[in-house]
Design a protein. Structure first.
Length: 489
């Protein structure tokens, strides 16, 4: 399905899992996934993926691991396929499909490189995406003048990594989630820095440096032991001196004094033994600017899923970019494949592949909805079938098939999702939550909103199931219910 619309038809797709006790972290996890992908690609095609990379292939790795606790209960509705959660857009694309389509814009600039992305965030640069890959490692960031303390606080920049870049796009310093005062202190000693900005986390590596890192961290990779993330364990020791790095690691509690110094020396040794101009490149670590006005659509939290779904109905630069990305014309926000009878849809709502006989839709985003009577006001509805649907402001319904005469009624911020299984005794059940009041990450193991199970118990129930078969069961149930209502799209 993805080949052609999402990725080039001639591309190879390799899926691997992270069988690493306790998790490897995104840095060791990247190296481990690369190792496993090379083995599986060889097994599937007979081709050497590392050799293809060295010969100029552009390879992308998408991190999709994790339980999706902050997005719960939606990943449960996809049988733990967190990046498979669908968006209220034409064709109900999954989050991962959107990430792959968007990040593909960098492929032509990254021949002979491994690009690493996160599977729950879509970003639209405000500058041209083509660039020259001049450094063995580079990282995406939104660069601009150093913000004031007030602007720093207003933009919550202490929650993000900070990149300081020189005019040749080399990275002078990487700091992870620090205050304005700490950033100012660290940057004061630097020369030639003309731009700073938040890091998006996504990075790319040359084939040569990827090989050096694989060899340098072989003990952990071979034993599948340890946990390391790219910012504190690689970029920071590459850009900070031993004293500053040790001090920062002690403040963060990641190392003791001896451990921080030893790790700094280890990374310095790997980088020092590597030729910065290998392959004709300029140096080791560079920045790739996506522009200070870039748009960032994060779907990793339930509240952000709702917010960014409803963004499609708004009037702002971000909203216009989002509609452009999803190919939603401002003059045709209701797709031609909708059959809405006398249901009145206002000028800001978006609707795709949906059927209704009557009702009204205001300031809502709906996709794959089938109902007799639809009343939605400020709601997000994706793949929902019921005789009647009444959805209040902030509510979310996802993957729900309801056979009752009264249909579905959702209060403000109420969330209702359907979970299809292959269990004959329980082929379908529902989970509830609240966008405004419940953080799935904090209550993942608790039973909330009258649910018979916790989000964690649903995760365990879904573990190891055939996701494709469950999806087929959901589709069949939706069609049967839609046919009973009298319409199916």
């Amino acid at each position: 399905r993805a080949k052609g619309p999402v990725i080039p038809a001639a591309s190879s797709v390799v899926a691997v899992d992270e069988d690493w006790d306790g998790g490897a972290g995104n840095f060791l996890g990247t190296l481990y996934a690369w190792r496993k992908a090379c083995l599986k690609h060889k097994e599937l095609t007979g081709n050497d993926l590392a050799a293809e990379l060295q010969a100029g292939a552009s390879v992308a790795l998408f991190h999709t691991a994790g339980k999706g606790t902050r997005l719960a209960p939606l990943p449960g509705a996809e049988n733990n396929n967190k990046p498979g959660v669908k968006l209220p857009a034409p064709g109900c694309p999954s989050i991962l499909e959107c990430v792959i389509r968007q990040t593909g814009a960098f492929a032509s600039s990254r021949k002979g490189r491994l690009s690493v992305y996160w599977g729950d965030q879509v970003f639209v640069p405000s500058v041209a995406v083509e660039y020259s890959s001049d450094y063995h490692a580079d990282i995406l960031c939104a660069l601009g003048p150093m913000p004031s303390a007030e602007d720093w606080a207003a933009r919550s920049l202490e929650k993000y990594g900070l990149i300081a870049s020189r005019d040749d796009s080399s990275v002078a310093m990487m700091l992870e989630k620090v205050t304005h005062a700490k950033a100012t202190e660290q940057l004061a000693a630097l020369t030639g820095v003309d731009r700073v900005g938040t890091s998006l986390g996504s990075f790319s590596l040359s084939a040569a440096f990827l090989g050096a890192l694989d060899a340098g961290f072989a003990p952990e990779l071979d034993a599948k032991k340890g946990k390391m993330d790219s910012d504190p364990h690689v970029w920071m020791p590459m850009t900070l001196g031993e004293e500053d790095y040790t001090k920062l690691m002690l403040e963060k509690g990641l190392f003791d004094d001896a451990g921080a110094k030893a790790h700094h020396a280890r990374v310095a040794g790997i980088v020092g033994a590597f030729g910065p101009t290998t392959g004709g490149l300029k140096g080791m670590f560079g920045s790739v600017n996506v522009g200070p006005e870039f748009s960032w659509f994060d779907y990793g939290l339930l509240a952000l899923y709702s917010k960014n779904g409803l963004l499609l109905t708004e009037d702002s630069d971000d909203a216009r970019l989002a509609r452009c990305f999803f190919s939603i014309p401002d003059g045709a926000r209701v797709s031609s494949c909708c059959s809405l009878g006398s249901c009145q849809v206002d000028g800001v709502s978006v609707a795709f592949g949906s059927t209704a006989a009557s009702g009204s839709v205001t300031a809502s985003a709906i996709a794959g909805v089938c109902t007799g009577e639809l009343t939605a006001a400020g709601a997000v509805l994706v793949n929902v079938c019921a005789k009647k649907i009444l959805a209040a402001k902030g509510s979310v319904a996802y993957n729900v098939v309801d056979h009752s005469e009264e249909g579905i009624t959702l209060g403000e911020n109420e969330v209702r999702v359907g979970v299809f299984t292959l269990d004959k005794d329980r082929p379908y059940f529902e989970m509830r939550s609240n966008v405004a009041e419940i953080d799935g990450g904090k209550v993942f193991k608790d039973r909330v909103c009258g649910n018979a199970m916790s989000f964690s118990e649903v995760y365990d129930l879904n573990h190891g199931v055939d996701v494709t078969a469950c999806g087929a069961a959901a589709k069949a149930a939706f069609k049967k219910a839609a046919d009973a209502i009298g319409g199916f799209k």
